[in-house]
Design a protein around this ligand. Structure first.
Ligand code: NDP
Length: 298
């Protein structure tokens, strides 16, 4: 990054600076590990309970990555692998036990869940104090009203990636494509907290291409390979690709046509190696926060 101008403009064309989520996430996990080492001189380690229902291969990979991140941060992780035909009542009973367990700081139930289980019922059942995914309506409401809360890990990771790369956010126009409860909507609230001016696009947005092209910052969370093309990017913009799409030939790609867009953008995050690792790093931060909050209550 040495020798590059901090502000990139339309008249200075050069390949985009890569928003390296893998490196940034490693730095965050090292910070969490250092804090944990300090805390555990006098106390037990933080503990994250991870529940996986069924054998979805992608979910298995996410759960494994989360478990490895816990180990790297000095946390204990407790895994609950349930069969695909687990009833909602049994899952809710397990969550009630974990809520009551004083040695568990954070609870995460890997989504999606099999059809017989209502996801919202599961999200609602996790104690807001242990809701390290930040999906519980109490945390969502606290985020909306600007209070301290567990921030949803993926959008929090997006903002942290931009912040640590020195991308200006205050006063900038941020265009988010996607309005899900776990990515698009909380990303809009977090970018408002950064004093960005925010536009949220979705499948009914008219003039999508023109709207995205007005973004100084573009956050793509659609779930469609190569959906955001280079002609939709304002020269010099920061482009954060949340999408994870599985290619028929194997491997992953994001929602942005990375090769072409990186010739236009000022900053761009790759897939893999962008938002994915940041999501896990923010989960570790949230788990440490849950642990520290609980220690304060003792
Ligand atoms: P959802 O399917 O819940 O939401 C997708 C959003 O994209 C919806 O708001 C939808 O609009 C919008 N959309 C769909 N088609 C279009 C279109 N043609 N034009 C404009 N908008 C459109 O997905 P998620 O938010 O859960 O995830 C988005 C992507 O991010 C996925 O690829 C997912 O795998 C990935 N992801 C990555 C994570 C990570 O850690 N990196 C974590 C979470 C998700 P509408 O509301 O109108 O239907």
């Amino acid at each position: 990054m040495k020798g590059r101008p901090l502000r990139r403009t339309a008249d200075i064309q050069m390949p985009a600076i890569i928003l390296n989520g893998k490196e940034t996430a490693a730095a965050i996990k090292a910070e969490v590990a250092a804090k944990t080492a300090q805390n555990t001189r006098t106390d037990r380690a933080p503990c994250l309970a991870v529940i996986l229902v069924g054998e979805d291969p992608a979910s298995q990979v996410y759960v494994r990555n989360k478990k490895n991140a816990c180990a790297a941060c000095g946390f204990r992780s407790a895994e609950y692998l349930l069969s695909a035909d687990t009833s909602e009542a049994d899952l809710l009973a397990l969550i009630a036990d974990l809520n009551a367990d004083d040695t568990v700081d954070g609870i995460l139930c890997q989504l999606p869940l099999p059809g017989q289980i209502r996801e919202q019922a599961v999200i609602d059942a996790i104690s807001p104090e242990k809701d390290v995914d930040g999906f519980h309506p109490v945390n969502a409401g606290r985020l909306l009203t600007g209070q301290d809360c567990f921030m949803p890990c993926t959008p929090a990771g997006v903002v942290e990636l931009l912040r640590r790369a020195g991308v200006p956010m205050a006063g900038k126009h941020c265009v988010i494509v996607g309005r899900s409860n776990i990515v698009g909507k909380p990303a809009a609230l977090l970018m408002l907290r950064e004093n960005a001016t925010v536009t949220v696009c979705h499948s009914r947005t008219e003039n999508l291409k023109e709207t995205v092209r007005t973004g100084d910052i573009v956050i793509a969370a659609v779930g469609r390979a190569n959906f955001i093309t280079a002609d939709m990017i304002k020269p010099g913009a920061a482009v954060v690709d949340v999408g994870i799409n599985r290619l028929p030939e194997g491997g992953l790609c994001g929602d942005v046509d990375f090769a072409a867009a990186s010739e236009v953008a000022g900053w761009i995050s790759p897939v893999p190696g962008g938002v994915g690792p940041m999501t896990i790093a923010m989960l570790m931060k949230n788990t440490l926060l849950a642990y520290e909050n609980r220690r304060l209550l003792k």
